[in-house]
Write a protein that binds this ligand. Structure first.
Ligand code: MLT
Length: 414
């Protein structure tokens, strides 16, 4: 005899440690509520980094053709390789990593960078010490908390993480910590601050990882926005990175694939971890096992679209779109600077990180801008406790909306 209550499945308690909802879901809910309460008000979205331009024509043509393939016996594709089709892996190896020693079989196609950044936690141990930037893209923190690596949340910090503080003193560029870390999440150009590492700065991280037997998970989703020649687009531009770095990229911000879903992760054959017996194990083997077990591959049609981005026309169209968003970012950066705010980013990045001289609290400023200017932003504190008092604007809206948003924002924030 047993009581029903005693046999209930036990949940993963780590979920209860997290804030109730994911940052961008909270923002979206607040905007929904605002719209319902203020019908007819023209709200300008300057929060989530979602693109506004249509997909480049080269990709559209390729996807049309791929759909037609699916309608024929000879061109039909069922399950594809979980790690992606060779045609796309080859195009990426040649197009993004020429001269860097990365081969197609080290590239794993996925449904986007966000999934990979969260899923990579499957291949390192639960007791790994994880280093994260504060502020940083919330997926690094939240997914590691879900996996049990966070410890307890005390005054906005998780007890088991090593925090890489980003602040005005270091120009929001963290340097390697004193403390040991097994897994280090870095993002450059950074979300949310928009600052990017030079090759020399990145070398310090690669050297640190090599000295500490650590692995860097390098999020370079925004690499297409790099304009400064001294700034690295890939961590593999740094000698020695092949042995210590995994790189995660996305077609979302370069080619507008936020709704199509496609990205990739590079796991070089030389990156290894240690198993319980103390033997070296290549992480590529584990990631392949993970993906073949839990993922059935990105769709054939979408991968054909991504492949077309590496043709001369595709590359030119991507450059045009990126320039458009960078121009928006410049409009924001200049408007905020002229209005006397502290501003970071917006040069090698679509994001602009702004501090208002008046507001101490990011969410208060968010509410104020929403109520008075009908503009949304992302509250900086949502990216970590050191983001308190800051907000992030995105350059991904249209230029017309960006200009209008800056007009309204400067009026309210003055
Ligand atoms: C952001 O706004 O930070 C990003 O769009 C979120 C994402 O890419 O998942």
């Amino acid at each position: 005899i047993y009581e029903l209550d005693s046999v209930k499945m036990k949940i993963n308690d780590n979920f209860e440690k997290l804030p109730e909802s994911y940052l961008f879901s909270t923002v979206a809910r607040k905007l929904r509520d605002f719209r319902e309460a203020h019908p007819g008000v023209e709200l300008i979205r300057m929060d989530i980094g979602d693109v506004t331009l249509p997909i480049p024509d080269a990709a559209i043509q390729a996807m049309h053709k791929a759909v037609d393939d699916m309608a024929t016996k000879s061109g039909f594709h069922g399950y594809g390789p979980e790690q992606g089709y060779d045609f796309l892996r080859d195009a990426i190896a040649q197009g993004d990593y020429a001269g860097m020693g990365i081969t197609a079989d080290e590239i794993f196609i996925s449904d986007g960078a966000k999934s990979d950044l969260g899923n990579l936690g499957d291949i390192y141990s639960e007791d790994s010490v994880v280093a994260v930037t504060d502020p940083g893209y919330p997926v690094y923190v939240d997914s590691n908390v879900i996996d049990g690596r966070g410890g307890e949340l005390v005054d906005g910090k998780w007890s088991r993480f090593v925090y890489l503080d980003c602040n005005e003193q270091n120009g929001f560029k963290p340097t390697p910590p004193e403390a040991h870390a097994d897994v280090i999440f870095l993002c450059s150009p950074a979300n949310p601050t928009g600052v990017a590492f030079t090759r020399d700065e990145l070398k310090a991280w690669v050297d640190f990882a090599r000295r500490n037997n650590a692995v860097i998970i390098y999020d370079s989703a925004y690499c297409a926005y790099v304009t400064d020649p001294a700034t690295a687009r890939s961590i593999y531009e740094v000698p020695g990175a092949r042995e210590v770095a995994i790189e995660v990229r996305s077609f979302s911000k370069t080619a507008g694939f936020t709704g199509l879903r496609c990205g990739y992760t590079v796991v070089p054959a030389d990156v290894c971890g240690t198993d319980a017996r103390g033997s070296k194990v290549p992480l590529r083997k584990l990631w392949l096992r993970r993906q073949t077990t839990k993922f059935n591959g990105a769709s054939y049609v979408i991968q054909r679209g991504a492949e077309a981005l590496y043709t001369p026309e595709g590359k030119a169209q991507v450059r045009t779109n990126v320039s458009y968003y960078l121009h928006n970012a410049e409009i924001i950066r200049l408007a905020m600077q002229e209005a006397g705010f502290k501003v970071y980013g917006g040069v090698d990045s679509p994001y602009i990180w702004v501090k208002s001289p008046k507001a101490e609290d990011s969410w208060e400023l968010f509410e104020q801008l929403l109520a008075q200017a009908h503009i949304s932003c992302t509250p900086g504190v949502g990216f970590g406790s050191l983001g308190q008092g800051w907000i992030r604007f995105t350059g991904f809206n249209t230029t017309e909306n960006t200009i209008e948003a800056m007009r309204r924002v400067t009026e309210v924030m003055r």
